[in-house]
Design a protein around this ligand. Sequence first.
Ligand code: ADP
Ligand code: MG
Length: 359
Amino acid sequence: MDNKIFDPPKPEACVSKIFEASGAKFDTDVATNLWKKIMRHKWILSERLNRDVGFRIACNDFLENIGTDEEVTTHNQEKLLVQMGARTISRDIWDTISDTQPPKQLIQKKIILPLIEGDLSQKHGVIPPKNIIFFGPPGTGKTHFVKAMAGRLAWWYVEIVPSILMIDGVDKIGMHLRELMEKARNLDEVVLFIDEFEELAGSRDTANRVDRSITNEFLKQVPLMKSHTNKVLLVCATNYIRQLDAALLRPGRFDYVIPVGSLDDDGRRTVLSYYLSKMNTEVIDLDLLITLTTKFTPADIEYLFQNVAQQAFEKECESRINFPVTTSIIVDAINLFKPSLTETMDEEFRKDVATYSRI
Ligand SMILES: Nc1ncnc2c1ncn2[C@@H]1O[C@H](COP(=O)(O)OP(=O)(O)O)[C@@H](O)[C@H]1O
Ligand SMILES: [Mg+2]
């Protein structure tokens, strides 16, 4: 091999050549160093394939499959995060959830602390969780909690929507799921969220052939998360815990199966105050609103206040006179509103808590 051909061009040229080929921008000294390695890889690839391989191919193959330098790993991770739609979440969400709202304290003690206090948890033999399930009626704040956790941990938030896995037809869902989980396992500091989990991991007793194979894939993937040491927390949420395959719920698969139910008085105080703070109001009788909203989920409260705010906005648009929302306007809206939690749902949820929670 003639070493001369690996003499790099000017640093800026290395940066731009690699950028043109791959879209990845590196600092000048990193790029110069990488350029040499890519050229060597280009030579090796050309020998192996018995044809002259271009710089673009060599560069991308090197960055994706060969490079182990920290910069390359970081670059690949960043690329993967973008591909997977990773987002950052503000820490504020966590702080706006009332400390008394279950399961906040539990999440703080059993999930957040072991993950951020790595040395201490090791000292005490506490194993940080790798995968958990949230269950509970719609609108109770499951998704909200997952985002809040990502914000609190200051980790990436990556959501897997079942429809993404279906892009190549139902037969390929299992394959896409496996690929996705393999990629996700190599990330770091990521909360990986799968919503509507029952759609992907329904009971195999009632499922058709395709659904069964997806559930089987999950049964394989979930324990694999545990064998990796990097910081990835898989969180699955479902409104219908009974529909999940029983094998997934056995101890050893998911670390915790956590119920998210209705709000207590204090929880409603926090949620009500949060939405009130965004509106133009007179002094509001918060205690009265708390007593009138016992069956309201956070989603109900959000929806109710959006309607009230819209009405006030329309009134002021018409009259151009300040139109503050009053307690009685809100009470009227509450009286007209049908909250989503019914007695039956509460009853069913209590049974589910007794049967399925593991915390
Ligand atoms: N503690 C909370 N404070 C303020 N808003 C909340 C809270 N919990 C949930 N919400 C809001 O209520 C709505 C429904 O919550 P979500 O997490 O989507 O419910 P679920 O996932 O259980 O169906 C969302 O718009 C969310 O932002
Ligand atoms: Mg949700």
